[in-house]
Unconditional design. Structure first.
Ligand code: 5AD
Ligand code: FES
Length: 332
């Protein structure tokens, strides 16, 4: 199965008759290569200010209906400290592309968080090679930057004023600098073909990704895509399961967007190839404002409620919570 061709992947994505088999096979591969441990990553959404205009995203700068916020560098470190106290072994810093957080500001934040003996992941978009290098030298371990779609034409339509080749360059730069690199894609963008989703999965393998996050597109009312159909939960799950089958030992999150479309989305994902969950660790006041898409889960909860909730869910399916940092442990 690891050498599936584009045609074979496309056929599986198009045919829903074998879905149960596909999901349980991905679950088996997950168990064999990464075991029953689920890695929790404490997510800090530290700024919803973004200079970009991605057509699908509620944080796009042209959305004037969103109250914007920035968490101060000191408070970011404080949230990280609280997350570590709760047992998180990885902190993920995510934001819109917000230039307020300069190279130096972020390096200081990274250095302080790394004193807490945790793994640190950045998810802050496209930056220069020099920025990525400085963040790495300050101690950042991982970087998430989804390709979103490998269909160049679709990418260009979805991302005005952005350049597909620069996205590829970012992925290459991060790899060269020694980061664990995470990528991923959106499933169900308007005019996205099944063939291009097969290309996405083959792309993940080609770049030797360490992590892949896949989620359904959810139409946001304050974006140009407001009248488009949501992506399909099942198709996103199938793309995720195939990614597990092809890449085997990588880390794959059960994404929040999946749970937005299906109340059991993350549990189903954890039983179809996923081995990571990224609970929010900021206070309730910011959560609703980080509205990438509508219907985001956990917006009324606080960090300890989310921790308790997700622990219960993970244990209810016979899985355990990892006590290590959860690096990509290469087995193939
Ligand atoms: N629906 C689902 N996911 C979205 N993202 C951005 N906007 C949406 C949306 N409307 C995803 C992108 C991005 C990640 C942080 O959130 O894939 O990389
Ligand atoms: Fe936040 Fe369940 S993880 S409420």
């Amino acid at each position: 199965m690891e050498n599936l061709s584009k045609k074979e992947i496309t056929d599986i994505l198009k045919d829903d008759k074998q879905n149960d088999w596909l999901f349980s096979y991905a679950d088996k591969i997950r168990k064999k290569y990464v075991g029953d441990e689920v890695h929790l990553r404490g997510l800090i959404e530290f700024s919803n200010i973004c200079k970009r205009t991605c057509k699908y995203c509620g944080l796009r700068c042209e959305n004037r209906n969103l109250e914007r916020y920035r968490i101060s560098p000191d408070d970011i470190v404080l949230y990280a400290q609280k997350a570590v106290d709760m047992g998180y072994k990885t902190i993920v810093l995510q934001s819109g592309e917000d230039e307020f957080y300069s190279r130096d500001v972020l390096c200081k934040v990274i250095e302080k968080i790394k004193e807490l003996d945790v793994a640190l992941t950045l998810s802050i978009g496209e930056r220069s090679f020099e920025d990525y290098k400085a963040f790495k030298q300050s101690g950042a371990d991982r970087y998430l930057i989804r390709i979103e779609t490998t269909d160049r034409n679709l990418y260009t339509k979805m991302h005005p004023h952005m350049d597909f080749d620069n996205r590829l360059k970012c992925l290459k730069d991060l790899k060269k600098l020694g980061y664990e690199v995470g990528s991923g894609s959106l499933i169900g963008l308007p005019n996205q073909t099944i063939e291009s989703i097969a290309d996405d999965i083959l792309f993940f393998k080609e770049i030797e990704a360490d992590m892949i996050g896949i989620g359904p597109f959810i139409a946001h009312p304050n974006t140009p895509l407001k009248n488009e159909q949501n992506g399909s939960f099942t198709l996103a799950l199938k793309a995720m399961a195939l990614t597990r089958i092809l890449l085997k030992d990588i880390n794959i999150p059960a994404t929040t967007a999946m749970e937005t479309l299906n109340p059991k989305g993350r549990i189903i994902a954890l039983q179809s190839g996923a081995n990571v969950v990224m609970p929010n660790v900021t206070t309730t006041e910011y959560r609703a404002k980080y509205e990438i898409y509508p219907g985001k889960i956990c917006i009324n909860e606080n960090p300890s409620q989310c921790r308790g909730c997700i622990e219960g869910k993970i244990k209810s399916i016979g899985r355990t919570i990892s006590t290590n940092k959860g690096f990509h442990n290469k087995k193939i």
